[in-house]
Design a protein around this ligand. Structure first.
Ligand code: ATP
Ligand code: MG
Length: 248
């Protein structure tokens, strides 16, 4: 079983759009896939039309994997299950703050799911927190959407600095460009510069695409609704690059 996190310190960069489409593509390729929506906003649960449990179960999240098993919901797609976000997930940091070995809690609890799944995808909230530290330890690969602008580039540098400062292995960080608008000069120059300087940058760029933007209307992955569109094809190419590195 492998764990793939879609993570950025920055909000609104395409973490959820990426998690949803990669989860769909992974399941379609034959992998038993579990998408865990760690963001209490519940956006990826919404895209898959999966409702959270009514029970306030967030405080049991890091206890045992059996607690997680109870919360797994089937999606409309074969081999793809979801653990929807619950509003109580916003208290994860307070919950973890007084736990010993808190960085390893998420990793431990996910390990219990290794017989049921080939791949776990984590849709992460835009924070740098105790939860994020847990994600950094649990993930075999962290894909980081970067909009090619100055601020997005800077937050990626901050993430690398955090990894170095905390003796975490930067080799799990894999950035890629998201919401690319080639006609914008800033996007073009940022892409040119970062492409030369950034290790492990995926070749595939996800274009700014109204088909991806409108996923909320269809409430389904763009790769399911309109697989021939440039946005969907880009996600398929990105999944190709990711699966090659992660699974072989
Ligand atoms: N490639 C794209 N082209 C156009 N719009 C996009 C693209 N990717 C995402 N969006 C839109 O941009 C917004 C933010 O995307 P998304 O929710 O995936 O980002 P996020 O990083 O998960 O945000 P948050 O930090 O709030 O969780 C959404 O409205 C989404 O539909
Ligand atoms: Mg999100």
């Amino acid at each position: 079983m492998k764990t793939l996190a879609c993570y950025s310190i920055k909000g609104g960069v395409g973490k959820t759009a990426t998690s949803v489409n990669l989860a769909y593509l992974a399941a379609e390729s034959g992998l038993r896939t579990l998408l865990i929506d760690l963001d209490s906003q519940g956006a990826s649960s919404f895209y898959f039309r999966v409702r959270p449990s009514k029970k306030n179960w967030g405080k049991r999240f890091f206890k045992t994997y059996e607690q997680l098993l109870k919360q797994i919901k089937a999606s409309d797609f074969d081999r793809l299950d979801i653990i929807p976000a619950h509003e109580s997930f916003r208290h994860f940091d307070a919950l973890l703050s007084d736990k010993d070995k808190r960085q390893l809690r998420l990793k431990r609890v996910l390990k219990g799911l290794k017989k049921e799944y080939d791949l776990i995808i984590l849709d992460c909230p835009p924070t740098l927190s105790y939860l994020s530290e847990g994600i950094f330890h649990a993930a075999n690969m962290i894909v980081v959407p970067v909009i090619p602008t100055t601020l997005s580039e800077r937050t990626y540098e901050q993430l690398q600095d955090f990894f170095q400062g905390n003796k975490l292995p930067t080799k799990v960080l894999y950035p890629f460009f998201s919401m690319v608008q080639r006609q914008k000069q800033l996007h073009k120059t940022t892409i040119e510069r970062m492409s030369q300087e950034t290790p492990r940058l995926f070749k595939t760029q996800i274009p700014f695409s109204s088909d991806i933007e409108r996923m909320g209307e269809h409430r389904a992955p763009v790769n399911c609704v309109s697989p021939k569109t440039p946005g969907a094809q880009a996600y398929a190419a990105l999944w190709g690059e990711i699966s090659k590195k992660l699974l072989h």
